[in-house]
Design a protein around this ligand. Structure first.
Ligand SMILES: Nc1ncnc2c1ncn2[C@@H]1O[C@H](COP(=O)(O)OP(=O)(O)OP(=O)(O)O)[C@@H](O)[C@H]1O
Ligand SMILES: [Mg+2]
Length: 198
């Protein structure tokens, strides 16, 4: 039996090639996949807590990839590698490297010049990161963890609550989250900022 991929709103479908990157062949259902990914991500969160991370380290392409690899590397072969196919969200794949470079430079500038409050810096970073959509999948979860890492390690503040809800599952919280992303797309970052601390 193959994987039962039923995609909920806002999730990026995997290409046939990307589905082949599944490292654990015994997975047969979407539920099992979600569970294994979640376990992998919990390990990644522990790893980020154990490591003292500098601003320079965090805001590098190498680290962006490493976090994704730590989050999904037990489950997917392509974890930590930039995508090489087009998605309905994100920049054309050839531009991922340059777009990320600009985002990392902008974010360093915002931090060094106190351009915005810490929460705003972390959330603006998260929003632009997910819109680049560096990886075949897991970009939402990766961008939220990156925002948590920035707020905690760079600013020494509490991580975000993200509405204290499971945003991967369909439901009201997920709807509100996607809605706030869309508003951020049209230049209003406030709803996403609020959502992240609710
Ligand atoms: N119009 C949109 N609809 C849904 N998601 C969007 C949209 N625009 C941007 N996104 C972002 O894309 C992410 C989904 O991308 P992807 O499937 O790669 O990540 P994920 O980690 O698997 O998903 P999730 O966010 O459910 O954890 C969402 O979290 C959201 O931040
Ligand atoms: Mg997804």
């Amino acid at each position: 039996m193959g994987l039962d991929f039923k995609y909920i709103e806002g999730q990026t479908p995997l290409s046939e090639e990307e589905k082949e990157g599944l490292l654990i062949k015994s997975i047969t259902t979407r539920g099992e996949l979600d569970e294994l990914e979640q376990l992998n991500i919990e390990k990644a969160v522990e790893w980020t807590l154990k490591n003292k991370l500098s601003k320079e380290r965090i805001l590098s392409e190498e680290f962006i990839k490493l976090v994704h690899k730590k989050m999904l590397g037990d489950v997917w072969e392509w974890a930590g590698k930039f995508r090489k196919s087009e998605k309905n969200i994100g920049v054309t794949w050839i531009r991922i490297g340059v777009e990320l470079r600009m985002l990392l430079d902008d974010t360093k500038y915002w931090i060094d010049n106190d351009t915005y409050q810490p929460d705003k810096i972390a959330i603006r970073f998260k929003h632009r990161l997910v819109n680049i959509h560096c990886f075949p999948n897991g970009n939402g979860r990766h961008s939220r963890l990156m925002a948590d890492i920035i707020i905690e390690s760079v600013f020494g503040m509490y991580v975000f609550t993200w509405n204290n809800s499971n945003l991967v599952k369909p439901g009201n919280a997920r709807k509100e989250y996607i809605d706030s992303i869309r508003q951020a797309d049209s230049d209003s970052i406030e709803p996403l900022l609020e959502f992240a601390r609710k």
